[in-house]
Each structure stands twice: as C-alpha cells, then as structure tokens.
Design a protein around this ligand. Structure first.
Ligand SMILES: N[C@@H](CCC(=O)N[C@@H](CS)C(=O)NCC(=O)O)C(=O)O
Length: 263
C-alpha cells in the first residue's frame, strides 16, 4: 500500500509521480495545497517535519526527500529498472541527483516565486501572506521567499538562481551528446528528476532558453519525455491549465528584464 502526499505543480512531487507511473505503482493520493499553506498543518508536519512535499508512505513507513524516495522506489519495485546496473552509470545518475538537491532545487523556488504566482500572492490579505511566510521553518528560505515576493526578478537572489538553471541546461545539452537519456540507455531517475525543473521554465514562459536553436538536444529530450505515457498521467493530469496560463502571463511580462540576465 502506497500513499503519496504531494502537490500538482511541485517539482519534487512530479518526479516521484513520474517514477510511480513508470513502474505502474498505484497510490492513494493526498493533495497538500502549497498555495493555501496546507504543508504547515500540524498533522502533516508530523509526517514531514520540514513542512514540504512529497511524503511517501509505504507499508506504514513515512519517507521524505524526493531523491531518496525515487531511489527507494527503484530498489523496492525493481521493474522496470530506472538506473543502469553498472557502477559508472549509477554514479552518473547519483551525480545528477546530487546536483538537483544541492543547487537546482534550492534555485527553483527563487525563480518560481519571483515570477509565477508572485502577483497573486501579493494580492492575498497581508495577514494570510505573513502567516504563510512565518510558517516556513528555515530562516534563510523564509528571508529569500520574502525578498523574491517583494522584489520579483529584481531581487538580489534572482540572477544567481536563474544562472543555476541555465548552467544545468548547458550540462544536459553536453551530456545528451552521449546518448538519448541522462540515466543511460533508458528513461530513468535522472531524466524523471530533471523534467520538472525544465518544465518549470516553460511554465514561466522562459521558452527562449529551451528553443532548439539554443539547445537542440535538450529540446529534443523534452519532446521525447512529453511523449511518454507516464508524462500524461504523472505530470499533465495534475497541472491546472488556468494556473499555467497565469504563470506564463506573469513570465511574459517579466521577460524583457529576465532577457538581460540570460546573455
Ligand atoms: N529536499 C526536499 C525538498 C522538498 C521541497 O522543497 N518541496 C517543495 C515543493 S517542490 C515544498 O513543499 N515547498 C513548501 C513551500 O514552498 O512552502 C525533497 O526533495 O523532497
């Protein structure tokens, strides 16, 4: 029995859902609405003390940290394998997951909240916005969230976070020269884990950085991931089109300022 506490748009939730779908594992879904602050509900915090999604419960054990969860799923449900069998191939996948956890994921909320839902969050009653900010347990993350909500793409944290995304795309472009997938011969954990971040750029209308003329292998990789049946059930099905429209409209408006940082 698998239960998943997750949110449609959350990058970390998307990667776990992709792996569940690839392995055809059914799960009981508990959606935690991050925009409504449900991650701070004391009952949920008992499962995930960092106030974040996803949390996967398997046979009564609560598992947190999406990179550990996807590896756990690949160990506990080995078919189809989503990591190469050889040490060098597994090292390559681990190196991607380490990059995601150490650099790309911390950059994601900065880029997202500076553009995507910023205007809508600023329209919330101040006491609601302040309560949600105050509930972020990590003081550094709380300060950064406040800064990007206040200053948008002009926040001092924004340019560096965008650079992490662009460097990641360049690294993908270079690694994809060796083969069709970043996890080896088959779509696997590195691909499933990177997809949500690349998709986030599209949801923020940063399409120019994903164009085939800029990064042809990444553009081709993205099209091939989107053609997988697991993409439809694990990603597309959980995304609210009106929210994408809203985020893309905000991204288009911010693009002239962002373009100066893209180089
Ligand atoms: N390292 C954690 C990070 C989890 C995380 O940051 N989740 C985000 C969504 S992708 C979240 O729940 N954020 C809560 C918030 O924004 O308040 C993991 O990989 O599971």
């Amino acid at each position: 029995m698998i239960e998943l506490y997750h949110f449609g748009f959350s990058t970390c939730s998307q990667k776990v859902r992709l792996v569940l779908a690839e392995k055809d594992i059914a799960f009981a879904s508990h959606e935690i609405n991050l925009m409504a602050g449900e991650q701070h509900d004391p009952e949920y915090v008992k499962l995930n003390p960092k106030h974040v999604v996803p949390t996967l419960v398997h046979d009564g054990r609560a598992l947190v940290e999406s990179s550990l969860i996807v590896k756990y799923l690949d160990d506990a449900f080995p078919e189809p394998p989503m990591r190469p069998a050889d040490a060098a191939g597994r090292y390559r996948v681990d190196a991607w997951l380490m990059h995601l956890d150490g650099a790309l994921h911390p950059a994601a909320p900065i880029v997202t909240f500076a553009i995507g839902p910023r205007r809508q969050l600023l329209q919330q009653p101040e006491e609601v916005r302040e309560a949600n900010l105050a509930a972020i347990p990590d003081p550094a993350q709380r300060a950064t969230r406040r800064s990007v909500l206040e200053h948008g793409v002009a926040a001092p944290e924004f340019a560096g976070a965008l650079r992490v995304f662009l460097d990641t795309l360049d690294r993908m472009e270079s690694e994809l020269a060796a083969g069709p997938w970043l996890s080896g011969a088959l779509f696997g954990l590195a691909d499933a884990s990177l997809l949500p971040y690349v998709l986030r750029l599209e949801h923020l209308a940063l399409d120019p950085v994903l164009e085939a003329s800029q990064r042809p292998r990444v553009a081709d990789w993205l099209a091939r991931v989107k053609a997988l049946p697991s993409y439809a059930t694990a990603v597309e099905a959980w995304i609210v089109p009106a929210a994408v429209e809203m985020m893309r409209a905000n991204g288009k408006e911010a693009w002239p300022e962002i373009q100066t940082l893209v180089g």
